[in-house]
Design a protein around this ligand. Structure first.
Ligand SMILES: Cc1cc2nc3c(=O)[nH]c(=O)nc-3n(C[C@H](O)[C@H](O)[C@H](O)COP(=O)(O)OP(=O)(O)OC[C@H]3O[C@@H](n4cnc5c(N)ncnc54)[C@H](O)[C@@H]3O)c2cc1C
Length: 507
């Protein structure tokens, strides 16, 4: 079976490895000169930074993503370390305590900060455990077969019962039900700004999924309560490029090819069936199966062509809500900034007003770092990502894909200076200790990912969106990745790509 995969992001590579293992003859086309898409590393002056991944979920040997890597034969090539993220708000800081305070330490700390909300916090925590039971049951349904699957489904529906009346609530409604304080609500919802999704448009129960206690302190055990198992979060040692390189090597070992610098220009379709692809040099490559990843609009309107799509499908493609972009400053430092950041990943929020921040970005207004930023120090876990004794740091903010005033190329240096100044207020000595600096704007991502609009995490997870199914209306053409059915995030993308590839392989 000749299979062509468009895009060497993590979704395309997982499909390629799975299908090569199942005996397909696999070729991956990548338009950029290096494989990896958002998960390709960026290198300069002996420093290496990650672009599109900070912490990855479920990479442990008994967890779903870890099991996928084991099934593909690369678990021993991707070393990981349990890790966590810190949240800093304008008036308080949720730094994990040096001495572990048990799985409820965050709830107890929030009760100290917001004593009037103690009862709401207890109700929230009780529901977090219930929701975790629901997710645990849902994962078991995915893994089970035959009568065991039916039993797992019954347990899942039982776990769903406590949430029955709240199924259609949005995130704002769910939070209003527990808390009065806008600051406290922001503790649980602030990450939605990263998804360009206002609380009023986010599936309410999803708030629990955004806040596993394991992600704020890796010492929290996976089993929060009987039957309620959270996944852990991990840093990939050596950076996410390690995963990309391991997948590429495995595909080649299995007889497949990965071709960087080979953009696909057309998906060839005849009588509703895929026939192959044409690359930018005009070469025609026949295929029985084509799997496309990347940008949903570019794939269906530029590569496939609207003339091949049913009208309702084309309308559905147009209706997919996309995130916007990120503005990044990568620094090479001659001191260790993680004494100030407290670890590898810290989120610094500058506002509690999520709805407004998100609507400003949609109008092309960039907050310049005022509304918050994320700091990632990969050398905290992987010293080899910098010359000896030095450290790599990335500071990034969400931003509009296009500015309402001026262009990214005109304003990049001014914005980088401002972002570093905001970060320096929390991390003293940044400018003085900078030995190298690289700026990345949405324009850089357009080139790296071959997209007209950079949606950094793919689809914005808005309530009520009918996503594009993996199996398209064109026979033999499949669509995967962060703008597909799964939405973004390494975990979602890997699990969906693996499941889809297994289906194509008939397994
Ligand atoms: C700053 C940032 C932080 C993030 N943080 C996290 C995090 O902490 N945890 C987490 O789990 N996830 C995180 N993510 C999200 C995660 O990295 C992505 O969801 C995931 O990597 C997307 O993979 P993908 O394969 O769907 O897409 P992509 O990586 O975009 O891959 C698509 C590929 O297709 C190629 N392509 C496009 N058009 C063509 C063509 N015509 N011909 C050939 N090739 C083509 C592109 O060049 C690209 O390589 C983050 C992302 C960013 C940017």
């Amino acid at each position: 079976m000749q299979t062509i995969i468009i895009g060497s992001g993590v979704s395309g590579l997982i499909c390629a490895a799975t299908l090569a293992q199942a005996g397909h003859s696999v070729t991956v086309f990548e338009q950029f000169h290096r494989a990896g898409g958002s998960t390709a590393p960026f290198e300069r002056d002996g420093f290496r930074w990650d672009l599109g991944q900070l912490l990855v979920e479920g990479f442990g040997p008994d967890e779903p993503t870890g099991q996928v890597l084991a099934a593909l034969g690369i678990a021993d090539r991707v070393r990981v370390k349990q890790d966590d993220r810190r949240y800093v708000f304008p008036d308080f800081d949720l730094l994990k305590p040096q001495e572990y305070g048990g799985p409820r330490w965050r709830i107890e700390r929030l009760k100290e900060l917001f004593p009037a909300e103690s009862a709401g916090l207890e109700r929230y925590y009780r529901d977090l455990i219930r929701f975790t039971r629901l997710m645990t049951a849902a994962r078991k349904v995915e893994q089970a077969e035959g009568p065991a699957r039916l039993a797992a489904q019954a347990r899942m529906y039982a776990a769903l019962l406590p949430f029955f009346t709240r199924m259609n609530w949005n995130a704002q409604q769910v939070m209003d039900n527990y808390f009065k304080s806008e600051q406290l609500k922001a503790v649980f919802m602030s990450i939605l700004a990263d998804f360009f999704t206002p609380p009023s448009k986010f599936q309410g129960l999803g708030v629990f999924a955004l806040n596993p206690e394991t992600s704020f302190d890796s010492r929290v055990p996976a089993e929060l309560a009987p039957g309620a198992v959270q996944l852990h979060y991990y840093s990939i040692l050596g950076g996410i490029g390690t995963l990309v390189d391991a997948l590429v090597a495995r595909i080649v070992e299995l007889g497949g090819q990965v071709l960087p610098g080979r953009p696909v220009e057309k998906v060839l379709v005849e009588n509703g069936k895929v026939k192959g692809v044409q690359d930018r040099d005009g070469n025609v490559l026949p295929a029985d199966v084509v799997i496309a990843s990347g940008a949903v609009n570019e794939v269906f309107f530029n590569l496939v062509g609207e003339e091949h799509l049913p009208a309702d499908f084309a309308a559905r493609v147009r209706a997919q809500p996309l995130m916007d972009s990120v503005f990044m400053v990568h620094l090479g430092l001659d001191y260790d900034p993680s004494v100030h950041t407290g670890g590898a990943v810290a989120y610094y929020y500058g506002t509690y007003d999520l709805e407004n921040g998100i609507s400003e970005a949609a109008q092309g207004l960039y907050h310049e770092g005022r509304a918050g930023f994320v700091v990632h120090v990969p050398t905290h876990h992987s010293p080899e990502m910098a010359p000896e004794g030095m450290h790599a740091m990335t500071i990034y903010t969400i931003c509009p894909d296009r500015l309402s005033e001026g262009t990214w190329s005109e304003r990049r240096v001014e914005f980088a200076d401002k972002l570093v100044a905001y970060a320096e207020a929390h991390i003293p000595g940044l400018r003085e200790h900078t030995v190298t600096r690289a700026i990345m704007t949405p324009d850089d991502f357009h080139g790296r990912l071959g997209v007209d609009h950079h949606a950094f995490g793919g689809l914005a997870p808005w309530l009520g969106t009918r996503r594009i199914p993996a199996q398209t209306p064109i026979a033999g053409l499949w669509f995967t990745g962060q703008q597909g059915e799964s939405g973004g995030g390494t975990y979602a993308v890997i699990m969906a790509a693996y499941k889809m590839a297994k289906k194509i392989a008939g397994k």
